[in-house]
Design a protein around this ligand. Structure first.
Ligand SMILES: [Zn+2]
Length: 64
């Protein structure tokens, strides 16, 4: 399991519902939000970006 950064898509933030860019899953219970430690938004105070993972197809992505 070493494809942490390889499989990560970056997509435009959508106005509507968050959905999986790969399979289109919209159920928020299936979309898992986590902190993306490789994406530092602000240095002080330290703020990290968020990333999302689809529980249906396993796709990971983050939003601009
Ligand atoms: Zn998916």
């Amino acid at each position: 399991m070493g494809e942490e950064s390889n499989g990560l898509l970056t997509i435009e933030r959508d106005e509507g519902r968050r959905k999986c860019p790969s399979c289109g899953e919209e159920n928020k219970n299936m979309i898992h939000e986590s902190t993306d430690k490789t994406n530092i938004i602000n240095d002080y105070p330290r703020v990290f970006g968020k990333k999302y993972r689809c529980g249906r197809c396993g796709q990971e992505w983050r939003e601009k």
